[in-house]
Structure formats: C-alpha cells, structure tokens
Ligand binder design. Structure first.
Ligand SMILES: *Cc1c(COP(=O)(O)O)cnc(C)c1O
Length: 339
C-alpha cells in the first residue's frame, strides 16, 4: 500500500501510541469467559488543536486542497462538530480561510451546547460560522457557500461532513498500516478493532487499509446515528471506493463491514446514563477522556458487549477517535450525573 503517491501534507503527531488499558480490562473481567484484554489506539492525540480522527483525514484533504491552489476551506458539521474544529485549525495552520456551516441537528437550546466546547474553539481558530436548522440539505448548503466564496474571487475547497470521502479515508488506511506495524513490533495479536462509526470515513478507511494489506483483523463499528443497514451500506461503498483508489477494489468484501447500531440511544448527539457511565468508567480506570457523541457511545457499546461475553479471550483495540473538547458543550447534561 503506497500512500506517498497521494501527497499528504504532514502535521499530525504520528504514530499515535498503542497502549494497554489494564484497569479497564480488569473492570471488564467479570464476564464468565473473563472478558477481553483492552488496548487503545490514541488517535485523540493526533495534535492539531486538541486532535482527533479528523486530523489524519485532513493530511490527505489539505494535500489535495493545496495542490488545487485553494484559498478557503468550506465544510459542515453538527454544532459540536470535532471535524469542523480540526478543519478550522488546519485552515489556520496553512493560512487559508475557513467557512463552516453548523447544522442544528440535536435541537438543543442549551447555552453550553451552542456556545462552548467546539464552537468556542471554532471561533478562536478564526472560522466563519453560519448555523442552519436540523434537516437542512447540507450538501446543497456547501455548494451555495462555495459559490459565494468563488464570487468573492477566492478558490474554495469543499470538504464533506466528517472529511469522509475517498481522499479523507486514506488517512485511516494509513492508520491501519500504522496499527498493524505497531502490533507486529509489540508481538501483539489483535483480534478486533472497535471504533465509533459516523460519516463512515474512519471505519471505511480502516477496512480498506486492512483489506488491501491482507491483515485479516475484523473491525466493529459502533454506530452513532444511522440504522445498521444504512451505516453498513455507507461504509461498504466508501471502503470499496477507497480500496479502488489504492488499486485493489476487489479486496474489500461486504462481510468485512460490520456495524452495531444498538447503542445510538435516542439519536445523534443525544446522551443517556449509559454513555455517562462509559465516560466515567474510562476516566476513572485509566484516565482516558472520551466524548459524549462518538467515543463515549462506542465505549458504551464496548462495555456492554464485553459484559455479555462478546469479546471473551480477545485482544480488542479501541480506536480513540477523540472529541473530549465537546465535553464542555454538554456540561449541564453531565453535571450531577457522573456518580
Ligand atoms: C467524526 C468523529 C467520529 C466518527 O468518524 P467518521 O469518520 O465520521 O465515521 C468519531 N469520533 C469522533 C470524536 C469524531 O469527531
């Protein structure tokens, strides 16, 4: 898998650590089969204004934007989007403008949700923000803003929500390569990779990278929004297209794409007590800060499945996709509920 031919620009702090989580492992050892050994891949530590999974994608997307002489990045996300924060930081890093559209997807009126967390950081990083109602056609909104930017005589570069297209997904094909190399060096046999799956680029990039390498490590995506059939179809399509870009489309097969969407709860960006319990368990066992929307929901799934014996005897790598900056957007919801 030869990724240099896609000319990423380099700013991420890589490789991210691959570390054991001994106290979380102990906390999950109660299942009759002894539970899993849990390791963590620290993609919350990719750098760039707090880091997270969008940083790897942005290395490839910025490479493409700069090759196209872009002057303004245009992107979209939910109000507390980590992707938008990281894109705003990448724009600042390369002296580009940044226009973002925030979709009012959760309907929350809370001050901290609308003003703190990632939103505060977007402003600090100099992004120009517009907010639109939930359910807006975001692809059309992106096209409109791009047209406006072009009218001003600038050169827009549109990054889809989550940076999830074949270019962005290359960042996670690279992560797959990095993880397998680390596991080989450590002599660590990985039985499963568990990750949050949303706009699909992370999950699809991992599947594509592993398949093209022939690494045979199953990936379990824990859904945060869409139902299982929709999520798996989105991931499969993007994984195939990413593998195609790498010259090996046929190496990705449908059975490689598995999403469990039983842990979405009431909907995207909406949290329940089980998410808060997952946040507190990760924080209080191994000092890991997860986020309420993605990595906390993925951990909620990992914990429940581990307790049901799903991972007994396995070495599971939890991909920490970041997002802790969003915690402050959920302050009033978290206060008093953390035990
Ligand atoms: C965007 C995001 C995800 C989901 O990644 P996708 O590539 O959109 O599926 C997971 N975790 C965090 C913290 C994110 O910001």
């Amino acid at each position: 898998m030869h990724l240099a031919r896609f000319n990423p620009v380099r700013f991420a702090h890589l490789p991210t650590p691959l570390e054991p989580l001994p106290r979380l492992t102990e906390a999950l050892a109660g299942s009759p089969g002894g539970g899993p050994m849990v390791w963590i891949k620290r993609d919350d530590a990719t750098g760039l204004a707090g880091g997270g999974n969008k940083t790897r994608k942005l290395e490839y997307l910025l490479g493409d934007a700069l090759a196209n002489d872009a002057t303004v990045l245009v992107t979209q996300g939910a109000v507390q989007s980590n992707h938008v924060r990281q894109t705003a930081a990448a724009a600042a890093r390369f002296g580009l403008g940044c226009e973002v559209i925030l979709e009012h997807r959760t309907g929350s009126e809370a001050h901290d949700y609308n003003r703190s967390g990632n939103v505060l950081l977007d402003e600090l990083l100099g992004a120009r923000i517009r907010t639109v109602p939930g359910g807006t056609d975001m692809n059309q909104a992106l096209a409109e803003v791009a047209a406006e930017v072009a009218e001003r005589g600038e050169r827009p570069y549109v990054i889809p929500g989550g940076g999830s297209n074949i270019i962005g997904a290359l960042g996670y094909a690279e992560c797959a390569l990095e993880l397998v190399n680390q596991a080989n060096e450590l002599g660590l046999e990985v039985d499963r990779i568990v990750t949050a799956t949303g706009s699909a680029g992370t999950h699809a990039g991992l599947v594509a990278g592993l398949a093209v390498m022939g690494a045979d490590i199953p990936v379990l995506g824990i859904g945060v929004r869409a139902p299982k059939d929709v999520q798996e179809a989105n991931v499969f399509r993007l994984a195939q297209d990413t593998a195609d870009l790498l010259g090996h489309r046929d190496r990705v097969t449908r059975d490689m794409v598995v999403a469990n969407t039983d842990y979405v709860g009431e909907g995207y960006g909406l949290i329940d007590q089980a998410v808060i319990d997952a946040l507190t368990l990760a924080a209080r066992t191994d000092g890991i800060l997860l986020d309420p929307v993605y990595s906390g929901k993925a951990m909620k799934g990992l914990i429940d499945l581990a307790r049901k014996g799903e991972f007994d005897g396995e070495t599971v790598v939890f991909l920490h996709t970041g997002g802790a900056q969003g915690l402050f957007g959920y302050q009033t919801e978290l206060e008093g509920r953390m035990g």
